[in-house]
Design a protein. Structure first.
Length: 394
């Protein structure tokens, strides 16, 4: 039977990762896959995570099954982190998921159950897994213009015009902060306009918040989500602990649904649990138990927040340092936008040819569309990147 299969389309980022690992050059620079690296080039386990893991080893008394929804304390803590203290909890259903990816997938499955043939509107550009997941869940998708290469910012007028065409039964996916791949985020005023459009047009916002705490801080990064949650009757939210808890491989996330009324929230929760049950039965416990331990303990939570703040501050410093280095090295302020962008990524506007020459001639790895992971740099990397770009631009 397997000979009838078609080869799957290679995942660009995974392929880049493999090419980087196979590159024998000592002085190579990985700015591809989205992981945070410290000055020594490591992706550290956070102090609070280590402490919570030690505590779990000592105190956890059983590995018996939990439930398809995972750990309710974890879900409640994640909802509070994202929606804030005023969360309308009686209208929210949440389940623990296998990373943010698992949250996006189970929410797409839920939409497919609720509205067969629903259309998901995706930003152009977006994380390449978004269209792939929507398709796999049986949903149609359309795109809305998000990015303006000329201003290297959000193409607000075009975005607003496109979303004015979305209507009831449509789902509009929005990156909550730290847009991947562009690094260009919406302003609070623009979020308010989107909320008004959603109410007026009747579409359902779908917030993918994979980088809370990596942009301007835990609270500011939830601004868009909270503006929408206060205005719209219904909304879908995918959360990830991969970056802000650095739990990448432990696969921790949360899918939340805001429903128009408590009864609909119960129904959504029931369906999310049923979808989990037929997919993997129950999510893996360990990473979520770590997060729940940290968020439920004042001292661990404070230490986690401090370490997250330090990661964010370091990314912002790398951004200003890189913009300054490029200004000096290229005698050109055309890269100043890097310091205005937020999160791990910036879409640099570098052509596929320049990206390929950076890789081939200098061992500097960027994604083919010109996305760079700023959080993969260090002081030496900033200089190397600026030198390499100066060399290929001649
Ligand atoms: N959404 C977006 C926009 C992302 O960039 C990512 C991570 N690359 C995810 C979701 C999912 O992350 P994970 O499954 O690793 O938690």
């Amino acid at each position: 039977m397997f000979e009838t299969l078609h080869p799957s389309k290679p995942d660009q980022i995974m392929a880049l990762n493999a090419a980087f690992r196979a590159d024998p050059r000592e002085a190579k620079l990985d700015l591809g896959v989205g992981v945070y690296k410290d000055e020594a080039g490591r992706t550290p386990i956070l102090r609070a995570v280590k402490a919570a893991e030690r505590r779990l080893v000592e105190t956890q008394a059983t590995k018996a099954y939990l439930s398809p929804a995972g750990d309710p304390a974890f879900c409640a803590a994640m909802v509070a982190l994202a929606f804030g203290a005023d969360a309308p909890n009686d209208r929210i259903a949440a389940v623990q998921t296998v990373g943010g990816t698992g949250a996006v997938r189970i929410l797409c499955d839920l939409v497919a159950r609720a509205e067969r043939g629903a259309t998901v509107w995706l930003p152009d550009p977006t994380w390449p897994n978004h269209p792939a997941i929507a398709k796999q869940a049986g949903l149609g998708f359309r795109t809305y213009t998000y990015f303006d290469p000329a201003t290297v910012g959000v193409a607000w007028e075009a975005m607003r015009a496109a979303l004015s065409e979305a209507g009831p039964g449509d789902v509009v996916l929005l990156h909550g902060c730290c847009h991947n791949p562009t690094g260009a985020d919406l302003t609070p005023e623009q979020w308010r306009e989107i909320a008004a459009l959603a109410v007026d047009r009747g579409f359902t916002p779908f917030l993918d918040l994979a980088y809370q705490g990596f942009g301007d801080g835990l609270e500011p990064d939830a601004t868009g989500l909270r503006i929408l949650a206060a205005a719209v009757p219904e909304m879908l939210v995918a959360l990830s602990c991969s970056k802000n808890f650095a739990l990448y491989r432990d696969r921790v996330g949360c899918a939340a649904v805001l429903a128009a009324a408590p009864a609909a929230a119960d129904l959504a929760g029931d369906n999310l649990r049923a979808l989990a049950r037929v997919t993997y039965s129950m999510p893996a416990d360990h990473g979520a138990a770590v997060v729940s331990t940290i968020l439920g303990d004042a001292a661990l939570r404070e230490d986690w927040t401090a370490e997250l703040d330090a990661m964010r501050a370091r990314i912002l410093t790398l951004r200003t340092d890189l913009a300054a280095a490029l200004r000096e090295r290229l005698n050109d302020d055309g890269f100043d936008f890097i310091s205005r962008h937020r999160g791990m990524f910036s879409l640099t506007g570098l052509s596929a040819e320049i990206v390929e020459r950076m890789r081939a001639e200098h061992g500097v790895y960027l994604v083919g569309d010109g996305r760079m992971n700023v959080a993969g740099l260090n002081a030496a990397g900033v200089r190397r990147f600026a030198d390499a770009l100066a060399a290929v631009r001649g």
